[in-house]
Design a protein around this ligand. Structure first.
Ligand code: CA
Ligand code: CA
Ligand code: CA
Ligand code: CA
Length: 252
């Protein structure tokens, strides 16, 4: 009786090992680090508030870029908001690389320190994902994927990205009603476009003088926009009545 049990156990282990070996395409170009600002502290946004509007500890879609000191109520080219937070690896990838070079830096006409004598730097930037095509057994084999782009202060039309030959509209500051707004766009990549192991995003922004990219991501899901945390009315009512009770207790 012992041997069959052992064989069955080994078979089960083999199946589990196989399952854990199967992978999915998750390719980042750049990193999720809030454009190198982290949570945006100690800075303020253009309205004087916390740049981390959705209060989740990282500048991400739903937040706004800092209005760098001294704050002047705008996040723009020539407005003191040029930054360069690129890591050694991001710099080393070079302008002819996969697009990594253009993340975590203000693509600003006035950013002479990083892009001397260059204007409309974002125009034509291309993010190129290369990956091992999923094979049978991988859970994303045959599945559509999502290409995501996290960007900030996209507010001068036209603003589009060409993803695998298809134009995608990019929403910008108008979505958030704040200068420097951080947002994301995504597009479904049909499986048929995954099978060559390459997906590209090309930015079309001929008039945009100030924009920034945090990262681009090819994944099996779309990046959500974190909602702003607003206490629910019921919670507020409970909080209110607790406060009244406390005041009464103190008065007594
Ligand atoms: Ca955030
Ligand atoms: Ca500013
Ligand atoms: Ca802009
Ligand atoms: Ca980044």
């Amino acid at each position: 009786m012992r041997k069959p049990t052992l064989v069955l156990t080994l078979a089960a282990i083999a199946i589990l090992a196989q399952a854990s070996l199967s992978s999915a395409v998750t390719v980042y170009i750049g990193d999720k680090d809030g454009f190198g600002y982290g949570d945006g502290s100690p800075y303020v946004n253009e309205l004087g508030g916390d740049p981390d509007i959705n209060n989740n500890g990282i500048l991400d879609p739903g937040d706004a870029l800092p209005d760098l000191p001294p704050p002047n109520g705008s996040v723009a080219t020539g407005s003191g908001d040029d930054f360069d937070h690129r890591s050694a690896a991001e710099l080393a990838s070079g302008p002819g690389g996969n697009g990594l070079y253009y993340t975590d830096v203000a693509l600003s006409d006035s950013n002479e320190a990083s892009f001397p004598n260059q204007n409309k730097i974002a125009h034509g930037v291309t993010f190129t994902f290369t990956f091992a095509v999923p094979t049978i057994g991988d859970f994303d084999y045959g599945e559509d994927h999502f290409v995501n782009l996290v960007y900030a202060d996209y507010d001068v039309v036209p603003m589009t990205a060409v993803v695998e030959g298809v134009t995608v509209e990019l929403d910008g500051n108008t979505q958030g009603g704040i200068d420097g707004y951080i947002y994301r766009a995504y597009k479904v990549i049909p499986w048929a476009q995954m099978t060559d192991g390459v997906v590209t995003i090309q930015i079309d922004a001929p008039n945009e003088p100030y924009v920034a990219f945090d990262y681009a991501l090819l994944d099996t899901t779309a990046i959500p926009v974190q909602p702003i945390a607003i206490p629910e009315p019921a919670t507020m009512i409970l909080f209110g009545s607790a406060l009244v009770a406390l005041v009464r207790k103190i008065r007594k």
